[in-house]
Design a protein around this ligand. Sequence first.
Ligand code: SF4
Length: 117
Amino acid sequence: MIDDKGIQQTLLCRPLEDERIQCLICRRRCKIASGDTGYCKTRRHMNGKLYSLIYGRVSSIRISPIEIKPLFHFYPGSQWLSLGSLGCNFRCPGCQNWEIAHADVEKALPSAPVCFT
Ligand code: SF4
């Protein structure tokens, strides 16, 4: 279900007895209080439900030669479609994508989801 702001309700979660919601998407299993976001900043607890703030929203999209990807002899000469969004559930030292991985999701993304057909 997408609301009028283009925010998608997260299905992989469960309500807790203390009114927080536990996100079940990754192993962090964040327990998120109302109004807060999880560790990755992409899931927000609003009005008793958990929502994805990045559903259908991309931070980058690019077609590039397959040879620049870390694949060995995988369809040589072909192209690769890369797309990504904001947020990350890791904090790796030396991250090359820090600006997009840890940006303020709600400020950095377009206001409406992108539709790819
Ligand atoms: S880090 Fe994000 S995806 Fe992982 S459990 Fe927490 S809110 Fe969910």
